[in-house]
Design a binder for this molecule. Structure first.
Ligand code: RIB
Ligand code: CA
Length: 311
């Protein structure tokens, strides 16, 4: 069954690969892409989203610009990881496809209000500012949301922007708190999963061996993107975070996890943005998400190579 999805994103090389996977997979119907400020400012994330859609040969994709700052805090960006453009690595021509005029949150609300129950899955690859803003302004949209599949958080792996917080949650913890308390069906791809999906040399070589523009760009993005994480973790590659969200929709059997309670730290300076994941069920708090813990990494990269080769 084809899933109707909205991708909310802050490209970001790994976001770019996730968008390529979605646009090359018949199992998902991308209704639109909503950009949010995160890895780099909004002016760049909305531009980067359009660059990726054109690379995929899908210039008709609807791309919207959303929130340019978190709900209640100054924006924290990650140029140290993604470069100043957010898609550093290959040289990229500016996009020619249009940015839609409507604000992403207005379009999201209008689209969800007009949709039947449980029709649309939200796939979030960045801070949750757009989603939280839409849910707060129009709670009635919840009926149209089948599920939110999000990349964010961590438990056994701790954090990546602080010792305990993962970037997407840390940038806008208030937004994450709204989403995790929304009562919506949530599936979470935390660092516990993405740190097992490493861009090792054979996997990057498989992208390059495609001999296509998509393969070359993906290899150059991962080559750039991984230098930071390889130095930090001393690992054989970097975690390819965001495509796990799309891969889950296509091949859920690649993942395993537990239905647990997760709450978000929004007050302590020391642990701000921490996903307090009750993996061992000791809190007595109601489970509110499927928190993934493991991935078939070879199967994940095989899927990526298979689908990206079709573009
Ligand atoms: O912590 C990893 C997440 O932060 C990924 O979504 C990456 O693109 C950045 O947004
Ligand atoms: Ca991202």
């Amino acid at each position: 069954m084809t899933r109707n999805i909205i991708i909310d994103t802050d490209p970001g090389q790994d976001d770019a690969v996730a968008i390529l996977l979605a646009l090359s997979s018949p199992e998902v119907n991308v209704l639109g892409i909503t950009a949010v400020a995160g890895n780099v400012p909004l002016a760049l994330t909305q531009k980067n989203a359009r660059i990726v859609c054109e690379l995929a040969g899908k210039p008709e994709t609807l791309v919207f610009a959303g929130c340019d700052a978190p709900l209640a805090r100054p924006l924290v960006t990650a140029e140290h990881v993604h470069g100043k453009t957010g898609l550093d690595g290959p040289q990229l021509a500016p996009p020619t496809m249009p940015l839609q005029d409507q604000h992403a949150v207005d379009w999201m609300i209008d689209t969800l209000k007009a949709a039947p129950d449980n029709l649309i899955t939200l796939c979030t690859l960045g801070p949750l500012t757009n989603i939280a803003t839409a849910l707060t302004r129009a709670p009635e949209i919840k009926s149209a949301i089948a599920e939110i599949v999000l990349m964010g958080g961590g438990y056994f792996e701790g954090g990546n922007i602080t010792p305990v917080a993962e970037f997407n949650i840390y940038v806008d913890p208030e937004a994450a708190d709204i989403v995790f308390k929304s009562g919506l069906k949530l599936t979470v791809m935390p660092l516990d999963v993405t740190h097992k999906a490493l861009t090792t040399k054979p996997r990057v070589d498989a992208f390059r061996a495609m001999g296509t523009e998509v393969g070359r760009m993906t290899a150059e993005w991962t080559d750039f993107f991984e230098r930071f994480d390889k130095e930090k973790y001393g690992s054989e590659g970097a975690p390819l975070h965001d495509p796990t969200v799309i891969a889950y929709l296509i091949r859920p059997e690649l993942f395993s996890g537990r239905h647990i309670n997760v709450e978000i730290e929004t007050t302590s300076d020391l642990t701000l943005g921490m996903t307090v994941a009750d993996w061992w069920g000791v809190s007595g708090r109601e489970p509110n998400c499927m928190f993934m813990g493991d991935i078939d990494a070879d199967g994940f990269f095989d899927l990526l190579a298979e689908r990206l080769a079709t573009l």
